[in-house]
Design a protein around this ligand. Sequence first.
Ligand code: NI
Length: 228
Amino acid sequence: MLLRLTSLLSPDELTQARALLDNDAPWIDGGASAGAQAQQRKHNQQIASDSEHSRRLQSLVLAALQREPMFLSAALPKRIFPPRFNRYRASGEHYGAHIDNAILKAAEPGQWLRADLSCTVFLADAGSYDGGELVIHDRLGVQRIKLDAGDALLYPAGLLHEVLPVTRGERLASFLWVESLVPQEAHRQILFDLDMNLVALRARHGESDETVGLTGVYHNLLRQWATP
Ligand code: NI
């Protein structure tokens, strides 16, 4: 499932984020954090992850994710890898097709995290740059995605994806990975569909014996599938 999270960041948060992503920020070569294979394909810049800029940006994005019901319902997050921040400049910077690593070193020493979902938060106005589409290859074909500033895309981490060359302006984004309480994508999809339909049912008819019963079904499925 590819899911758009509309206005994940408020206009005020977007302004703060962009101020932290200006030319004075600690930009480093994005290839530094990629594996040997990805290094040849990754041509962008990233904010140094041990910097104060990075910490302030991370808390902005993490707070926005934690209050977004669609994110919580679709991802069922167990742990979130600290968000990173990148830019692709108009010299044709891009990231060729790749699949993200499955296992990532967590912030806590000796801990590992399984990347179940990827999330890209778009931080530059879509009209301010050309190119830079996030291209995702899934079973339905190829999706070319460029969202409004402040919107995010959540997608399964196992999909082949790339960022097309930027030919004008600058593409600013945050990206992060989520380890889910529910490892299987198909199970997450069923839980998300059930939850969204329950929300709609309650909005239309209020709480009823049936919505209480179906909420029980939701939790019993979660009990079967979750690996906390
Ligand atoms: Ni990637």
